[in-house]
Design a protein around this ligand. Sequence first.
Ligand code: C2O
Ligand code: CU
Length: 464
Amino acid sequence: MRQTRRQFLGATAAFSAAAIAPHRLMAQASGFAPITARTAAVQLAPEGYAKTDIWGYDGAMPGPTIRVQQGARVQREFVNALPQASSVHWHGIRIANAMDGVSGLTQDAVAPGDTFEYDFVVPDAGTYWFHAHNRSFEQVARGLHGALIVEEPVAVDVDRDEVLVVDDWLLNPETAQLDPDFEAAHDRSHAGRSGNFIVTNGDYEFSTDVKKGDRLRLRLINAANARIFVLSLAGLDGWAMAYDGMPLAQPEKIEGDFPLAPGQRVDLFVDVTAEVGESAYVLRTLDGQNMPQATFPVTAASTGSMRGAPDALPANTIAEIGDLADARSLILNMEGGAMGQLEAAILDGERRTFRQLADANQFWAFNGVIGMTDTPLATLARGETVRLTIKNDTAFPHAIHLHGMHFREVAQDGQLGPMRDTLLSIGGQSNEIAFVADNPGKWLLHCHMLTHAASGMMTWVDVA
Ligand code: C2O
Ligand code: CU
């Protein structure tokens, strides 16, 4: 249901006044530092445009970066000062299930004015993030996301550590306000809700000064609803060090373009090779053109010499995948969308034609079923090795995210790829992933193109 802009603002004002005061008291009672989801107005569009009304953690976009040591306990009191129920998901953390923050699966959505205590341990070092997990297609688009950085126990040899949250916003070019049609059928049935205003850390011309010869650790996080960023480096010698938080056994030299799908992260080490007075860049390729995604003006030269290829980051301790020959085999058939072949699928227990599904604003099926059901895709024994074939029978790419456990891609020849939590699946292709089901609980498996998740691409596995 769409509200007019006036109704929306009216509701917001009423809630903020009523909701915030009692929470301050409760936050003190629990002793947990509060993290408050609330409305705010931020200067997103260039100077001269109006401020944009957003929803942000502590009113910021991205929200405040949470930085902790590996093995630390994170205790935050989530305060919902929004006009809508919400919850916080800690993306990529191998977390206790009750803290995973999925409204309707691992907890009830936190009503406006209510609070929820998140209390969990972060077992793995790396680059993670947190975001709303109720009506994510709307709430993440409104700005409810932030970085969660887990530091290695030993200092890493870099001069700078920069978190770069890449995102896009769908703004009305006249008013600079968010397009309020979060459930647009065209976005849902095609590539998802893509923005027209691309930012890094909320800044459309993100820039930070560097020295020639410096080694930077860039932690890239794709918080966009649907955009696959295609990135490259200029004036920087770079290595991929970790994907989705998990260190690579061997750093990979960056040559040319690399994709970053919604939900995915990459940790890069980059050495500044551009000359003093020039700029180095992270570039994005869009419609055949390279544009700066982040600009690094080189203002001085470092006194040290270049370091040479880096050593791998210390590995996280995760159960290794057992013999694939003995693994439990599962399949995820993805169908639907515009230009797809889906003729019919089950919605709410009933078989519906594609036309009927479209009328219900639902477009995508996993194994012939639309959206979450009471029965999981599979019930897994704890510790069991699972191989899951992900078959993309659609005309679009999808970013398939598994909660609670990391997986490795299984190549045609049986070789295991790097550990990840979000797989970029290309239309018409098939991928296989394998993981050890060692984290008990109910874990979501869904497309991180959030409009796709909301229009069918969502299921779950139950680890007994
Ligand atoms: Cu990053 Cu289920 O989400
Ligand atoms: Cu998708």
